[in-house]
Design a binder for this molecule. Structure first.
Ligand SMILES: Cc1cc2nc3c(=O)[nH]c(=O)nc-3n(C[C@H](O)[C@H](O)[C@H](O)COP(=O)(O)OP(=O)(O)OC[C@H]3O[C@@H](n4cnc5c(N)ncnc54)[C@H](O)[C@@H]3O)c2cc1C
Ligand code: SF4
Length: 509
């Protein structure tokens, strides 16, 4: 009897647990493109092309190796456009004896997979996702009984477990676990960046582009030019290029932002890691190798490995530890609607204009742009966490709920009250001025806090601190800033409050 193996759109790895004991005589693979998954948020058009085309390339790769596979395209006339119904349809036609699937990265999907056994009356084996460096059981054990969950301590444990950047004596390479202090350099005036590898759309991708244009042209984002990697070989080339041309400078300028330079020295691999075209441990080992061969300094390599081994795994652990309630959290009790300019990029604030424009073009922006520009504004303006979260989930090619949600709710919006970060990442325009060249082309003045020319990030920053005093002033990491607020003239605070309220009332004009 046939065993049905199901591969989801972000499970495009041949060594995934659901394929580990594939029997070419007996087993069959099902992959399906469905509208329900393409539209539950209005995903960026480039993201849709990336996922569907990567799925089709993966299926073709499996077919070439004689795997038996049914691939249901979005435009197939019998496609019911729901994953559960497509599985049901296949099972009714071929009566498999068993279904094997790797757990989904998303709580919502995992819940409906769990319902299949009762619904279909077929045993369903859900296997752990073997593409992470920390199992969920291991994370739960680490988190158990801890009052505070801090990435830094989790990361140290992971460094020891995987023996990454460790000396023979069991100490961290270079005598420190973290070199972040060296990784906050502002951009220099004249900087040049390596060109990125580009993979022109092949026939298969052109077909997907035509399909997405037909079905989702009302979604956010530019579909073309499309040149992301679409299989594991191209993704590996992209990563190799990063190691050779960008890694050495990755650390120093990790937080810098520049107009017209969306990628700087970043790796731009999250979209490949998250669908399984790259393996996280392999990336960490190759980065470590670059350090050992003296091709990149320790601050860069440690910083890069920490993002993958530390942040990425920590964020996933938090998601599964705290869902489903995590999604509803709203610690600061805010509910302002997402302004229209998050979609249109039409705003006089040049930093937001530039970042949203890059997002529209590339379905990408780097971490500090997400955290300190779009995220910081949403935090200061008190935008509704669910609306903001849906925006992040829609607009980035790497966005899946397990990684997007804790980054948005926890790191950017402090909606989780301090589960992910120990304090809100709130910053005024002075930070943005220091770390970017956005302010040089802006109608607002980053030095001004009140008045017509005042940078909105400046007055919103003080407005935010004043408004959330009851919730934040007792945080030891905010003592200094609240002491400054306390010294501020009351009349100045009132002017700031009026200016902020007036600005926020007119966000869409
Ligand atoms: C509000 C907000 C939303 C985010 N949403 C997503 C998302 O949906 N998907 C996503 O993959 N990342 C998300 N991130 C994390 C991070 O911004 C992206 O992983 C990173 O910008 C991807 O670009 P890169 O590949 O060039 O990363 P690099 O800067 O080159 O870093 C290397 C890798 O480290 C990992 N990484 C770095 N920081 C994080 C982090 N905080 N959480 C998880 N992984 C991390 C990524 O896999 C990344 O590819 C979000 C961050 C914020 C602040
Ligand atoms: S002046 Fe303010 S709004 Fe303008 S780019 Fe700078 S930080 Fe952004």
């Amino acid at each position: 009897m046939v065993t049905l193996r199901i591969i989801l759109g972000d499970q495009l790895s041949q060594n995934i647990s659901s394929l580990s004991d594939f029997d070419s005589e007996q087993d069959h693979i099902l992959m399906a493109e469905v509208m329900a998954e393409a539209t539950y948020v209005p995903h960026h058009q480039k993201k849709l092309v990336f996922v569907f085309s990567a799925m089709r390339h993966f299926a073709a790769q499996l077919q070439a190796q004689n795997y038996q596979i049914t691939y249901i395209k979005l435009e197939d006339p019998n496609n019911s456009q729901s994953l559960t119904t497509e599985v049901q349809r296949w099972c009714s036609a071929y009566s498999p004896s068993k279904i094997i699937i790797t757990e989904s990265g998303e709580y919502r999907v995992q819940e409906f997979i769990k319902s299949w056994q009762d619904l279909l009356h077929i045993p369903v084996e859900i296997r752990a996702d073997n593409r992470f460096l920390c199992t969920l059981e291991e994370f739960m054990q680490w988190a158990d009984g801890k009052k505070q969950l801090r990435m830094e301590f989790f990361y140290r444990q992971m460094r020891k477990k995987h023996q990454l950047l460790m000396t023979a004596d069991g100490l961290p390479e270079g005598g420190s676990w973290n070199f972040d202090k060296e990784n906050r350099k502002p951009p220099k005036k004249a900087m040049s960046f390596p060109n990125r590898l580009s993979f022109p759309a092949d026939l298969l991708t052109q077909e997907v582009i035509t399909m997405v244009k037909k079905r989702a042209n009302h979604h956010f984002g530019d579909i073309e030019p499309f040149d992301y990697a679409l299989n594991n070989i191209q993704a590996a080339e992209t990563f190799k290029y990063f190691l050779e041309h960008c890694l050495a400078n990755f650390g120093n300028y990790q937080d810098a932002m520049l107009m017209g330079e969306p990628f700087l020295y970043h790796s731009v691999i999250s979209l490949y890691l998250n669908v399984g075209l790259l393996d996280p441990l392999d990336c960490c080992l190759k980065a470590q190798n670059a350090y050992q061969q003296q091709k990149a300094p320790l601050n860069a390599v440690e910083g890069f490995i920490r993002q993958i081994l530390g942040w990425r795994e920590f964020i996933r652990g938090i998601y599964w530890l705290k869902m489903p309630t995590y999604k509803q959290l709203n610690h600061l009790q805010v509910n302002r609607a997402l302004p229209e300019f998050y979609w249109s990029a039409q705003t006089k604030m040049n930093c937001l204009h530039q970042v949203i424009l890059q997002t529209r073009q590339n379905a990408y922006s780097h971490h500090i742009q997400r955290l300190m520009i779009t995220g910081n504004f949403a935090l200061l303006a008190g935008l509704d966490p669910q609306e903001v979260s849906n925006w992040y989930l829609a607009v980035y090619a790497d966005a899946y709920e397990w990684v997007e949600l804790p980054n948005t709710m926890g790191m950017a919006l402090y909606a989780d009250g301090g589960i992910v970060g120990s304090k809100p990442y709130a910053a005024s325009g002075k930070y943005i001025k220091r770390m970017s060249n956005f302010c040089t082309d802006c109608q607002y003045d980053s030095q001004e806090t009140i008045g017509e020319k005042a940078c909105p990030f400046n007055f919103l920053y003080w407005y935010f601190l004043e408004k959330n005093q009851n919730l934040l002033a007792s945080n030891p990491r905010m003592t200094n800033i609240y002491a400054t607020l306390k010294r501020m003239d009351r009349s100045k605070i009132e002017i700031i409050q009026n200016q902020a309220n007036n600005f926020l009332d007119n966000l869409n004009f």
